[in-house]
Ligand binder design. Structure first.
Ligand code: HMG
Ligand code: MG
Length: 287
């Protein structure tokens, strides 16, 4: 494999996706310590928190405090989720490097997750993306339920493409295509990513896989075969969405790093440091 094809960008999402569904509310100090450990493990991008309604996701209520407390390492992108203008204001005040607007390919999940239709969400995102770009931030647009919906079941690739196209048109730098509930198979994953890759180059596409049926790694392989080189994962496999019943955590970063390493890919991430961070945060959650 040519050297240029070997590098895979891993976005560590445990402080955000990993913790958002945990019932035990952790103090901000623990979240800050987790992010600092992940920075030391040499991730290039860490999803730190979400500027969302504290009623919707109580665990993320301390977003500003966490962002203010982390020690930033040079070259690391500290990313946050922003569902609306208010979220963007929080992200800008906190000096986030990257924001994420998160839409869905399924109407029911859009309603449950962000309390509006897909069309309304896209209208809401447009000024958020424009303002974030004007402020010089990197912008991600996520398409949830790309491989299935907890409420509607199957989701057509065309629905994913429709939302992805609009996100690109409004100016996102990167698309994250998400298997929110981990129901994807390698064939279905190939179909959806192939369709999305017809819209934009592979360097702008990321895969986000929950591991409910332990298919995340083979789905990542399906994406790698199509040229995708960016994936989200979560230390210790923590994760889940409060609005996606039945879904388990994100694919574990430790497993992804081993899997990629065994196949000749490089991430430049310190897997031992990730293992320690994962074990540590699990111990904090256990009380
Ligand atoms: P809404 O009720 O329609 O919005 O919620 P609203 O504007 O009427 O506001 C309701 C309340 O929230 C108000 O407070 C607002 O001030 C407050 P109240 O007057 O009732 O006290 N509020 C906010 N507070 C802080 N920051 C904000 C903010 N906006 C409003 N930005 C809204 C709409 C989008 C706000 C809400 O539904 C929400 O916050 N949803 C977030 C849901 C979420 O975070 N889900 C998990 C992340 S997505 C995910 O996990 C999927 C992903 O991992 C990919 C995958 O796996 O698929 C990314
Ligand atoms: Mg997720």
């Amino acid at each position: 494999m040519p050297a240029a094809d070997r590098y895979v960008h891993i976005v560590e999402v445990s402080p955000r996706d990993g913790l958002q569904n945990e019932k035990t509310l952790l103090p901000a100090a623990d979240k800050i310590a987790l992010v600092d450990r992940l920075s030391a493990a040499a991730f290039r991008t860490i999803e730190v928190t979400s500027f969302v309604s504290p009623k919707a996701v109580p665990q993320m209520a301390d977003a500003a405090e966490v962002m203010a407390g982390i020690t930033r390492r040079a070259g690391v992108r500290y990313a946050v989720l922003t569902p609306n203008q208010r979220g963007l204001e929080g992200a800008l005040a906190a000096k986030a490097d990257s924001i994420c607007v998160f839409g869905s390919a399924s109407e029911s999940f859009s309603q449950k997750n962000i309390n509006c239709s897909i069309a309304e969400s896209l209208e809401r995102f447009r000024p958020v993306v424009a303002a974030a770009r004007a402020a010089g931030l990197h912008v991600r647009g996520t398409v949830s339920c790309a491989l299935g919906c907890p409420y509607e079941g199957e989701v057509a690739p065309e629905a994913v493409v429709g939302v992805a196209r609009e996100l690109l048109e409004m100016g996102v730098d990167e698309l994250s295509i998400a298997d929110t509930i981990g129901v994807g198979t390698p064939d279905a994953t190939s179909r959806v990513f192939d369709a999305v890759l017809a819209l934009t180059e592979s360097s702008r596409v990321n895969g986000h896989f929950h591991d409910t049926y332990q298919r995340a790694l083979v789905n990542i392989d399906a994406c790698l075969a199509l040229g995708v080189r960016s994936f989200d994962s979560s230390a210790a496999g923590l994760g889940g969405c409060p609005f996606a019943p039945g879904a388990t955590g994100n694919v574990a970063t430790e497993s992804v790093l081993e899997h990629l390493g065994a196949r000749g890919y490089e991430t430049h991430i310190d897997v031992d440091a990730v293992r320690q961070a994962g074990a540590w945060i699990r111990s904090r959650l256990a009380g």
